[in-house]
Design a protein around this ligand. Structure first.
Ligand SMILES: Nc1ncnc2c1ncn2[C@@H]1O[C@H](COP(=O)(O)OP(=O)(O)OP(=O)(O)O)[C@@H](O)[C@H]1O
Ligand SMILES: [Mg+2]
Length: 355
């Protein structure tokens, strides 16, 4: 049964490089906590339907969806959601804009779609923003965040700050006239226009051939509009930063037992430090079971290959266990486990020591 229930929501970020099993393990960890008796939510930022499939569903939506589990303690539940970045962006605009008119001006801008769906950092900022809202709702004891596929798993946490820095850039800001000056947007437009005209006429021409006439004007408008929202964006980011180093926030790193795993963990932990976080748990996924007795057929290449592989994996696992406190091993599965009943049984056997 549950223990240590804190009044604040506990947040577990499930991190790791691409394809190591973050989504599968997020589902398992979430099932584990719901089974322990916690009100649990698992959210994914990954546009692929992996979390839905891992939970035995066709798809997930932007609003939390209940997952049917057997024999849950009274009061506990598991919900799952997929973060729709565009939707969250729209909600954020509604929250930050001073008027419906101001929001409309942004959403009607031709660059809005790019900014709201494709610009680096937007996904991450919106994920954190949504997470903040969910924590604030106090509906959940535990929220598991399945972080998106990336080469470097720390990117998820540093990207929002880079996005804000981009809009705070003195070059961009130089286009925004002081509030006291009249014709605010007009002046911004003319300054952008002047800059492009005098400095990069050829560049603008090339750009407008690609993007169509009026691109520069739209860009200037967007910069001016976003800059007006920047104080609110920065204010909300302060809360996000606090969440990153809150005592109730945990970072779980998923690795596979490859040679790179030690380096990946070390690298992640090193970059986590300046953010005020520390690695809480390491899960070594897809570990081959050890070969009990040496092959009765020493010349069978396949068996020898397997024995060597599992031995080298075992060595790495031992190094990890010696180097870190909380290490959990997940065996490689040969059959489909993606049925909530199977996952429930699996989670029970894997995480029995984790509360
Ligand atoms: N222990 C395991 N045994 C066997 N297959 C596994 C195991 N864990 C995960 N997988 C499989 O590995 C594949 C990748 O897993 P998953 O989607 O969870 O990884 P991911 O880290 O979320 O990937 P991405 O970085 O693309 O989001 C999936 O097909 C999943 O079914
Ligand atoms: Mg994934």
């Amino acid at each position: 049964m549950k223990n240590n229930l804190s009044h604040s929501t506990r947040v577990f970020f499930v991190c790791g490089t691409g394809g190591v099993g973050k989504t599968t393990l997020s589902a398992l960890i979430a099932i584990h906590y719901a089974t322990l008796g916690y009100k649990t939510l698992v959210m994914t930022v990954d546009p692929a339907k992996r979390l839905a499939n891992a939970l035995g569903l066709e798809s997930l939506s932007h609003t939390p969806q209940q997952i049917q589990l057997r024999d849950l303690p009274k009061g506990s539940f598991l919900e799952a959601l997929w973060l729709d970045v565009k939707n969250t962006f729209d909600d954020t605009l509604t929250e930050f804009s001073k008027s419906a008119h101001e929001k409309r001006k942004i959403t009607q801008n031709r660059l809005y779609k790019i900014l709201s769906t494709m610009m680096a950092g937007t996904h991450e900022y919106m994920a954190m923003k949504r997470l903040e809202g969910l924590c604030h709702s106090q509906l959940y004891d535990v929220i598991i965040v399945d972080t998106p596929p990336s080469h470097n798993s720390i990117d998820f946490f540093t990207a929002p700050a880079r996005l804000i820095k981009f809009f705070n850039n003195s070059f961009l800001k130089s286009f925004i006239p002081k509030k006291s000056q009249s014709g605010l947007k007009a002046r911004a437009l003319s300054q952008v226009g002047q800059w492009f005209n005098t400095v990069t006429q050829k560049g603008v021409h090339a750009l407008e051939v690609l993007t169509g006439k009026g691109f520069v004007t739209e860009l200037a408008k967007m910069i001016a509009l976003i800059s007006e929202l920047l104080p609110e964006i920065e204010e909300s980011y302060k809360r996000i930063e606090q969440r990153l180093h809150d005592k109730n926030t945990q970072y779980w790193m998923i690795v596979t037992p490859t040679e790179e795993s030690l380096h990946d963990i070390h690298d992640f932990a090193k970059h986590l430090k300046p953010l005020g976080g520390s690695l809480h748990h390491i899960i070594v996924n897809r570990v081959f079971p050890a070969v009990e007795n040496q092959s009765p057929h020493p010349h069978n290449c396949l068996l020898k290959f397997y024995a060597d592989l599992s031995q080298s994996q075992e060595k790495r696992v031992q190094i990890l266990k010696r180097s870190y406190k909380n290490v959990t091993i997940i065996p490689a599965q040969s059959q489909n486990v993606y049925h909530t009943e199977n996952l429930q049984l699996w989670a029970k056997s894997l995480f029995k020591n984790i509360s």
